[in-house]
Design a protein around this ligand. Structure first.
Ligand SMILES: N[C@@H](CCC(=O)N[C@@H](CS)C(=O)NCC(=O)O)C(=O)O
Length: 184
């Protein structure tokens, strides 16, 4: 999505993280996505990739105003946390004997964090910038909410947090969002 919004050309490649190929493991021994290959050299972890994009493509990922940047990064970290907590919940559920204690804890963390994000008025700063465009935190929140939709079908976060559903509806149709959405 960052490539799309920055207008950086890239070649997407789908991988199956649950059945990693030797080629994929050579690029990322941790067997997680995303991985960016720059001239064959791997860069792992979305936050690191964003950092490199920010520095390499005209400091356009994070706001230049330091106070605003701190607020956007704090919000971005919460949205990323929603994704990683959902991944943990999902992976635990895939085990032969999932721990009810762990899955309940992940869900509690998710609910608490979504409550904090909903309390931060997702239709405004730091999710939205001065020019009414999404900030990096705003993009992260769109992805996090679409990921919740995909994975957490039993948890009705839309009823619990209507402002989050409104935020997702308002921004999910953006071309850069649609262009980077994985195939169903
Ligand atoms: N903090 C990392 C998280 C990476 C991550 O957990 N990716 C998931 C995406 S579903 C993954 O590859 N999971 C595969 C696995 O854990 O086996 C990032 O932002 O890049």
């Amino acid at each position: 999505m960052a490539f799309e919004r920055l207008g950086v050309s890239y070649v997407p490649k789908e991988v199956n993280v649950f059945e990693p190929s030797p080629e994929f493991l050579a690029a990322n021994p941790l067997a997680t996505v995303p991985v960016l290959l720059i001239e064959g050299e791997p860069l792992v972890d979305s936050a690191t990739i964003l950092e490199v994009l920010h520095e390499g493509f005209g400091e356009r990922v994070w706001p230049s105003d330091l106070e605003f940047r701190r607020r956007v990064r704090a919000a971005s970290t919460l949205a990323e946390g929603v994704m990683s907590e959902t991944v943990r919940w999902f992976l635990e559920g895939q085990r032969a004997s999932p721990s009810g204690e762990w899955t309940a804890e992940y869900l509690e963390n998710l609910e608490r964090t979504l409550g904090v994000i909903a309390g931060m008025a997702p239709g405004s700063s730091p999710w939205i910038g001065l020019n009414q465009e999404l900030t990096q935190a705003g993009y992260d929140l769109v992805v996090a909410l679409e990921y919740l939709e995909l994975r957490l079908k039993g948890f009705d976060w839309k009823a619990r947090f209507p402002s989050l559903e409104r935020f997702l509806s308002a921004h999910r149709g953006r071309p850069e969002v649609a262009a980077s959405r994985p195939p169903v």
